[in-house]
Design a protein around this ligand. Structure first.
Ligand code: EPU
Length: 302
């Protein structure tokens, strides 16, 4: 989608928004799949309600893109613009054992920043790619850790009310790769309450998780992490592996030969290739195990 109304563009500029026309989202996602649209870089958290109101008044469909590491985006000219939250370095402030973190902050960078200040607990999250905002929305987790366990408070933009609100961690439901936020809510900032731990100990934990991950996941290939959620009590990766689907391809999309729940962009995969591969594998698991796998990856279609 291209913004070409000069009055709208001028107003966005006044609100501190930088518009980058015609950006390929292939460059913004870890799968390197996605079409083209205008990219809006928000520079000030305070202006978010005004920006959202302006887009609504002008009937401009929009989506927030975080780290782009858990999303599969349609090809071609996209019918919505993409918004990015303001970034700041380091994006983390520490007071005692509370870390206040901007949603746009890199998750791994945040874990390391806190570790260096002797705040731990999140060692398992070290290799999870993406932004803190994306991790909060999905309740990202690995190796027995999930980010939701450390949330004391979240500041978010409540799309339904058009307002910024602060919610206590205790009032949010964090389930397995699922939270009680509305799909249009936008995470802005979080206060994490972290257990104090010496840096050396945290580092040892980080090293163990890194090794496990390197041994089992295709880290140097283009993927969005696990494609399916694990069904209760089961493992999507194990079932797909048992069906001997590792290496199975549809066009440029392939089931990783390293971890069967990672689907990789092996050679210029289109979104359609990846979706066909997802449907095919889901069908095979349904036929053999009677289990309907649910997507973990978020699909943005037109
Ligand atoms: N397995 C196979 N073949 C495979 C992959 C796995 O037999 O190709 C078996 C393993 O041997 C193991 C079991 O399946 O016995 C579980 O595998 P693994 O330990 O790799 O964990 P997972 O359940 O596949 C989950 C998360 C990962 C997270 C790891 C580590 C989900 C969908 N996946 O994977 O998260 O990194 O545990 O905690 O919950 C993600 O969310 O994108 C993700 C990658």
């Amino acid at each position: 989608m291209r913004l070409n109304d000069n009055a709208l563009l001028a107003r966005l500029k006044e609100l501190g928004v930088e518009v980058r026309p015609g950006v390929s989202l292939q460059e913004k996602t870890s799968l390197e799949i996605g079409g083209t649209t205008d990219q809006l870089l928000l520079r000030r958290y305070e202006s978010i309600p005004d920006v959202m109101r302006l887009l609504a008044e002008n009937k401009i469909p929009h989506r927030f893109l975080g780290g782009g590491t858990n999303v599969l985006i349609e090809d071609g000219e996209l019918p919505w613009v993409v918004l990015h939250l303001p970034t700041a370095h380091p994006g983390v402030q520490i007071e005692g054992n509370i870390a206040t973190v901007d949603a746009s902050t890199d998750l791994g960078g945040m874990v390391t920043f806190c570790a260096k200040r002797d705040l731990g607990g999140m060692e398992g999250l070290i290799g999870v790619p993406g932004s803190v905002g994306g991790a909060l929305r999905m309740n990202a987790g690995a190796y027995g850790t999930q980010i939701g366990s450390y949330v004391r408070e979240i500041e978010l933009y409540r799309a339904a009310k058009g307002e910024v609100e602060t919610i206590r961690g205790a009032d949010i439901r964090f389930d397995y790769r699922h939270t009680s936020f509305a799909p249009e809510d936008v995470m802005l900032r979080v206060k994490l309450e972290l257990p104090p731990k010496p840096f050396k100990e945290i580092l040892a934990g980080i090293r163990v998780c890194n090794e496990k991950r390197r041994a089992s996941q295709p880290l140097n290939q283009k993927s969005a992490g696990c494609i399916f959620k694990n069904p209760p009590g089961g493992s999507a990766g194990r079932m797909i592996d048992e069906l001997r689907l590792k290496g199975h391809r549809v066009g440029g999309a392939m089931v990783s030969d390293r971890h069967a729940n990672f689907f990789v962009n092996a050679a210029d995969s289109s979104c359609a290739d990846m979706l066909k591969l997802i449907d095919y594998v889901r069908g095979r698991v349904r036929d053999s195990y009677g289990i309907e796998l649910e997507n973990e990856v978020i699909v943005w279609r037109n």
